[in-house]
Design a protein around this ligand. Structure first.
Ligand SMILES: Cc1cc2nc3c(=O)[nH]c(=O)nc-3n(C[C@H](O)[C@H](O)[C@H](O)COP(=O)(O)O)c2cc1C
Length: 382
């Protein structure tokens, strides 16, 4: 549905409202309070700052939620702003339970509200007014204590959690990444934060972000004595990444063969075709696009399992870096890659587990072999 065509007059249907308002990206908090000896907490994104003088917050909580009733009676609440990596806390505090705080480390606040020790930031508020709006109570609270740590926030957009990123940070990351891929740094060379900041005319926080992300990509590693060192890329790195993907894909075949969802198979085929047309003869039409398309195809194969843990494991493999650093060094490849991946797509559609397994193993063998050839041409190390 095209969001621009949605009719908003005279009354917006519930599902339309949810869809449209989901485009308003927000942070995620856990609102906490204590009533007597019992702690209460609930995930809330309808929380915002209200005024600076006096410092005030507002929180919109469903009237029927136990936490909302507890805030009404205690007259105090804590706003715990969640950081990146706290999805589990957001989920835990969004599900009704008698034991919402299980496994959660707490710090007592000055107003007696339980604060989540790991939160990115928190504010403690005393309720000065409460107003009813639809199904919710809007609590207006005066902030009496607030504290924040360094870190990234957890973001919420269209019903999903994600990460917030400064545009300037991404630009610095892209340039630093390109420099590593183009081998402007020697293997084992240290990337010095101050030099990079000066060279790229960037602030240190952006350079720190870039180096941290390059570490996640597997392109650099943090050495406690030397700093951020460019990781040598060798056959072992390559074999490990391809073998790990192969293990995940074989697992997906076991889980899904014969019962994959039709729409997921359609998506996989679409991504396969998009990838296949980017390899003409033995040359990539556009290497970066091919790499993205290849990643997207394998992502869709793994998505057949509809298992978030498996998809996340795939996302953590440094496959993009393995591919950039090997195939990126020489644009020559072979149609054989497309053929075995087509075999995989065909077998998954046909529900043929044996052929799908053979295709995954063949493709892995082929990729590992080609990277080894490229490495040999480059003298063993890239
Ligand atoms: C990301 C996210 C944001 C939410 N934001 C709100 C909110 O702002 N207000 C609200 O009343 N419920 C919100 N909820 C739903 C509550 O967290 C959920 O109903 C919870 O179970 C209520 O807890 P309680 O009934 O145990 O107090 C949100 C849930 C999620 C996952």
């Amino acid at each position: 549905m095209d969001a621009r065509d949605l009719t908003v007059d005279p009354e917006v249907p519930h599902h339309v409202f949810r869809h449209v308002v989901g485009h308003l990206a927000s942070g995620v908090t856990v609102v906490t309070t204590a009533d007597g000896s019992q702690n209460f907490g609930m995930t809330a994104s309808s929380v915002t700052s209200l005024s600076a003088e006096p410092p005030m917050m507002l929180a919109c909580l469903n009237r029927s939620a136990p936490t909302s009733l507890a805030v009404s009676s205690s007259g105090v609440f804590g706003v715990n702003i969640l950081g990146h990596g706290h999805e589990h806390l957001a989920q835990q505090f969004a599900a009704p339970s008698d034991d919402k705080f299980r496994g959660v480390s707490l710090t007592p606040g000055v107003l007696g509200v339980p604060l989540l020790s790991d939160a990115l930031a928190y504010l403690e508020c005393r309720v000065v007014e409460q107003v009813t709006g639809g199904t919710h109570t809007i609590f207006l609270g005066k902030v009496v204590h607030a504290s924040a740590h360094e870190g990234e926030p957890l973001a919420y957009f269209r019903g999903g959690f994600g990460r917030f990123q400064f545009g300037r940070d991404d630009a610095v990351y892209q340039v630093a990444r390109q420099r590593v891929l183009e081998r402007q740094y020697g293997v084992g060379e240290v990337m010095i934060m101050d030099d990079l900041a000066q060279d790229l005319d960037a602030d240190k926080a952006s350079v720190f972000y870039a180096l941290t992300r390059l570490t996640t990509d597997g392109l650099v590693q943090r050495d406690p004595d030397r700093g951020y060192v460019v990781v040598p890329f060798d056959a072992k790195n390559s074999d490990e990444a391809f073998d790990a993907r192969s293990a995940i894909e074989l697992g997906v075949i076991d889980l899904t063969i014969g019962n994959a969802h039709a729409e997921d198979l359609v998506e996989m085929r679409k991504r396969f075709e998009a990838m296949a047309q980017l390899l003409v003869g033995d040359r990539f039409v556009d290497f970066d696009k091919y790499m993205d398309a290849n990643y997207a195809f394998h992502e869709s194969v793994i998505a057949l399992a509809r298992n978030r843990a498996l998809s996340a494991s795939f996302g953590r493999l440094s496959l993009r870096s393995v591919m950039s650093r090997s195939f990126g060094a020489t644009p020559v490849t072979s149609q054989e890659f497309i053929r075995v991946q087509r075999d995989l797509a065909d077998a998954l559609e046909a529900g043929d587990a044996a052929s799908a397994r053979t295709a995954v193993l063949d493709y892995t063998k082929l990729a590992k072999k080609r990277v080894r050839e490229i490495l040999t041409e480059a003298g063993g190390l890239l």
